[in-house]
Design a binder for this molecule. Structure first.
Ligand code: ADP
Ligand code: MG
Length: 701
C-alpha cells in the first residue's frame, strides 16, 4: 500500500491526542524501547528493500522483487472471480499485469491509462504473462534513493514511514562519539557513527546477506560494543555481590550429619551429575559471599535430591532453609518426597518441617510462623507465602526456589531481606527448562550454573506420536491396551487462557467421554486448577496409589508429579501448547521401567492446517527427547525475549552479537572489561549507560 508520507506527522514533534499526555506514536515507540536518541540509533533494520534501481521487465524472473517504470495501457475493475483492480503496465521491453484486491479510488486514479508510474513488488509468472500483486505505486521519474531502504520491525499503531523518520532523527542527534578510545577497540573496527549510518542506509552494492546475518564488518563495531557493555555490567554485578556477606555453611559431613544420613536412607545412588552439583553447591555455601546459583536439568534429572542435599548441609551448619515452588500443588507434590526423607531425620534432632501456603487456615498458619520464628522449623516449605512479610526466620541461610522462571525479580529481592541483620541468604534456583548455555551466560548477569546432564538409570525413552484429532478412537484403543497391562494414563486438556470455566467444562466433558468409552471397571479422575487444594491433593493421592487409572487434567500436572506406573501421556490440542510445556508434560511418563509413549493429538482448525510455529513445535517433540535440544529449538522458534518469559523481558539480552559465532569478540570484551572498570571507571559507566540505559538496574536483582 502506498504510504501517505506527506500526511505523517514529524517523528520529533508527534501529534498529541487531545487530553492525553503522550501521543499514540510515542506510546508505540516506548513499547519498542525507543526513548533516548541512542535507542533509536541502535534500532537497526530487520531487512532492506532495494529502491535504488529500475529494471527492464524482460530482465526479470519469476519471484524477483523489482522496481519497474512504464506507461499504464489499460486499467479496469473486474468482478469475477472477485472484485479486483487490474492494470497493465508497458515499460517498452514487455508488459506486466498489476492486480489489487483491496484498493482505493485514489489508486485507480493513479493508474489511469496513459499515466507514467513506477511500481515495486514481486513478479510472478512469465509464461502467460507477468503479474505483480499489490505493488507499491509512485509517479515515474521521482529521484531514486542512493542507499537501500531500511525496513524496521514495528508494531500496530506505528507505520513504517513514521518509525523510519523517527530512527533517522534519532540517528542524527545521538551522541555517537567514541567512549572507549579507538585503540582499545578490536583491530579494524569501524567508527560507531560510520557503522550505524551504513547499517541504516547501506550502499546498494553491498551483499545484503552479510547485513542480515550480521557478518558484515560494520556489524563488528556494534557487536564489540554490545558485548563490552554486557561484560562490564556483569562484572559490576559480580563485584557488588562480592561485597555482600552470607553465613558460611561449613559443618563437617561426618557419619552423624544430616547430609550423610539422608544419603543413607535414599533408595538409590545419586547420579554422577547429582554428586557434582552437590559438591559445587557445597563450595559456594562454605563461602562468606552469598551463593547465586542456577541448578538446571531436564525433567526427571533429579533436581529435588540436589536441593535436599543442599538443605541438609545448611541444617547441619545450624541454619534454616526455605524451599519454594510457584503453586501449592507443586509445593506439596514436588517436595512431598523430600520431606518424607528428611522429616524423621529432623525429628530425631528435635527439629521440624514447616509448611506455609496461601490457603492455610489462620490458626495453622500462625502455628507454623511461630516455629519458623523460634527456629524449630529447620526446613520451611511452601509457596510465595514463605516470603510474605509476616514470616520471620530465626536463622535463614539458604533459599531454594523451584521453577525460578515463575518467580519475579521482586520476589527474589524479598527473599534477600529474610536473613539475619546485614547478611544475605544463599540462593539456589532450579529450572526444568534448561536455558541454553550461551543464553544463560548472556542473560544472567551474575549467576553460576550447575547442570544435571545425566538422567538416573533405568529410564526408558518415551516414544512420541502425532495423531490427528479425527483419529481419537485409536487413541482410546491405545489407552485400553495400557490399562490392560496394569498401567496408568494421563490425558491433558488444553488451557484456553481466557476462561477457566471453559477449561473446566472441556476437561469434564473429556473425563465423561473417556469414562463412557472405557467402561465401569476403569476409574477416570479429574484434576483442574479451580478445584480446592484438598480435593486436588486427594485426586493426586489416588492416582499415585493406583486406585485411579486415568487422570484427566488441565496443565496443573505440568511439573513435579511423579507416578512411575504411568506409561501413556495423551495431550489434546497439542498444537496449542508451548514447546517447553509439551516437553515438561511428556516428562511425566517414562519414569519407570515400562516402555512409555506420548501421543500428541492435534486439530487443524478452519484452515485445515496447523500453523507454522505449531508445526515446528510438534516436529521438535517427535524428533528429540533431549531437554537441551528442545530448549534450543524453543529459543529458535520464539526468540529470546519470549523464551525467558515476559516478566523478565526488561533485562538486556544480546541483540546483535551471537555468542555461538562471536567468541573472539567475547574474549576481547572479557579481557577489556576489568581493565576498563579499574582504570577508567567513568568511561565504563558511560559505556554501560549508552548501551543498557535504564535496563542496567535489572541486572542487580
Ligand atoms: P526433576 O525435579 O529434576 O524433574 P525429580 O527430582 O522429581 O526430577 O526426580 C525424578 C525422579 O527420579 C524422582 O522419583 C526421584 O526420586 C528419582 N531420582 C532422583 N535421583 C535419582 C537417582 N540418582 N537414581 C534413581 N532415581 C532417582
Ligand atoms: Mg522438579
Amino acid at each position: 500500500m502506498p504510504a501517505k508520507s506527506a500526511a505523517a506527522p514529524a517523528a520529533d514533534a508527534p501529534s498529541r491526542a487531545p487530553g492525553s499526555g503522550e501521543s499514540q506514536v510515542q506510546r508505540a515507540l516506548k513499547k519498542l524501547g525507543l526513548v533516548r536518541d541512542i535507542d533509536f540509533a541502535l534500532y537497526l533494520p530487520m531487512r532492506y528493500e532495494d529502491e535504488t534501481r529500475v529494471v527492464r521487465l524482460v530482465d526479470t524472473r519469476d519471484g524477483d522483487t523489482v522496481q519497474v517504470e512504464g506507461v499504464v495501457t489499460e486499467c479496469e475493475v473486474v468482478f469475477r472471480p472477485r472484485r479486483q483492480l487490474i492494470a497493465t503496465l508497458d515499460d517498452g521491453s514487455d508488459t506486466v499485469q498489476l492486480r489489487f484486491f483491496n484498493f482505493y479510488p485514489s489508486q485507480q486514479k493513479q493508474l489511469a491509462p496513459g499515466a507514467r508510474v513506477r511500481v515495486r513488488g514481486e513478479v510472478k509468472g512469465g509464461f502467460v504473462g507477468r503479474t505483480i500483486m499489490h505493488p507499491t505505486v509512485k509517479a515515474a521519474g521521482t529521484p531514486l534513493p542512493l542507499a537501500l531502504t531500511p525496513i524496521y520491525s514495528t508494531i500496530a499503531g506505528l507505520a513504517q514511514p513514521i518509525l523510519r523518520r523517527a530512527v533517522q532523527a534519532g540517528l542524527a542527534r545521538a551522541p555517537l562519539h567514541a567512549i572507549v578510545p579507538n585503540p582499545m577497540m578490536p583491530q579494524g573496527a569501524w567508527g560507531l557513527r560510520e557503522a550505524l549510518s551504513f547499517l541504516h542506509y547501506p550502499a546498494p552494492d553491498v551483499a545484503v546477506a552479510t547485513l542480515e546475518d550480521h557478518s558484515h564488518p560494520a556489524w563488528q563495531r556494534l557487536k564489540a560494543e554490545e558485548l563490552l557493555a554486557q561484560q562490564l555490567s556483569q562484572l559490576q554485578a559480580r563485584r557488588e555481590r562480592a561485597a555482600q556477606r552470607a553465613p558460611a555453611l561449613r559443618a563437617p559431613v561426618d557419619a552423624g550429619s544430616l547430609h550423610a544420613q539422608l544419603l543413607g536412607v535414599l533408595p538409590f545412588q545419586p547420579t554422577g551429575a547429582q554428586q557434582r552439583a552437590d559438591r559445587e553447591i557445597a563450595i559456594d555455601l562454605a563461602r562468606t559471599q552469598p551463593m547465586h546459583r542456577l541448578l538446571q536439568g531436564d525433567v526427571g534429572s533429579g533436581k529435588t535430591l540436589v536441593a535436599a542435599l543442599a538443605a541438609a548441609r545448611c541444617i547441619d551448619a545450624g541454619f534454616q532453609c526455605a524451599l519454594m515452588a510457584p503453586t501449592e500443588i507443586l509445593a506439596s507434590q514436588h517436595f512431598g518426597k523430600l520431606v518424607g526423607w528428611l522429616d524423621p531425620l529432623l525429628a530425631a534432632r528435635g527439629l521440624r518441617v514447616a509448611w506455609l501456603t496461601g490457603s492455610q487456615k489462620k490458626k495453622e498458619r500462625e502455628a507454623m510462623e511461630a516455629i519458623v520464628e523460634s527456629g524449630e522449623a529447620a526446613l520451611v516449605v511452601g509457596t510465595h507465602a514463605v516470603i510474605s512479610e509476616k514470616v520471620r526466620f530465626r536463622r535463614l541461610a539458604l533459599a531454594i526456589v523451584d521453577e525460578q522462571h515463575r518467580f519475579g525479580v521482586a520476589q527474589r529481592l524479598a527473599l534477600r531481606g529474610k536473613a539475619e541483620g546485614e547478611l544475605e541468604p544463599h540462593l539456589l534456583m532450579m529450572s526444568a527448562t534448561p536455558i541454553p548455555r550461551t543464553l544463560a551466560m548472556s542473560y544472567y548477569a551474575d549467576l553460576d550454573v550447575s547442570t544435571l546432564d545425566e538422567l538416573p538409570p533405568g529410564r526408558t525413552p518415551v516414544v512420541t506420536k502425532l495423531v490427528a484429532e479425527h483419529r481419537r478412537d485409536e487413541v482410546i484403543e491405545r489407552i485400553r491396551g495400557q490399562l490392560a497391562q496394569g498401567r496408568q494414563v494421563y490425558w491433558v486438556c488444553p488451557l484456553i487462557e481466557e476462561s477457566e470455566a471453559v477449561d473446566l467444562r472441556n476437561a469434564t466433558a473429556t473425563r465423561d467421554e473417556l469414562a463412557e468409552h472405557l467402561g465401569d471397571a476403569v476409574r477416570v479422575g479429574l484434576l483442574h486448577s479451580r478445584m480446592p487444594t484438598a480435593e486436588k491433593q486427594a485426586v493426586m493421592a489416588d492416582f499415585t496409589a493406583g486406585t485411579l487409572h486415568v487422570l484427566v487434567s488441565t496443565t496443573v500436572i505440568e511439573v513435579g508429579v511423579d507416578v512411575p506406573n504411568a506409561s501413556l501421556m495423551v495431550i489434546e490440542h497439542a498444537e496449542r501448547f508451548g514447546l517447553s510445556q509439551l516437553h515438561q508434560l511428556r516428562g511425566r511418563v517414562g519414569r519407570g521401567a515400562a516402555a512409555s509413549a506420548c501421543v500428541l493429538l492435534y486439530a487443524t482448525g478452519d484452515s485445515g492446517r496447523v500453523g507454522e510455529a505449531a508445526r515446528a513445535r510438534l516436529k521438535a517433540m517427535v524428533e528429540t527427547g533431549d531437554g537441551f535440544e528442545i530448549a534450543r529449538r524453543d529459543l529458535e522458534i520464539r526468540g529470546p525475549g519470549e523464551f525467558l518469559g515476559a516478566r523478565q523481558s526488561g533485562a538486556p539480552l544480546l541483540r546483535f552479537a551471537d555468542l555461538s559465532t562471536d567468541l573472539l569478540l567475547l574474549d576481547w570484551a572479557r579481557e577489556l572489561a576489568p581493565r576498563l572498570l579499574d582504570r577508567h571507571p567513568e568511561l565504563a559507566r558511560q559505556h554501560v549507560d549508552r548501551w543498557l540505559g535504564t535496563k542496567a538496574e535489572y541486572l542487580k536483582a
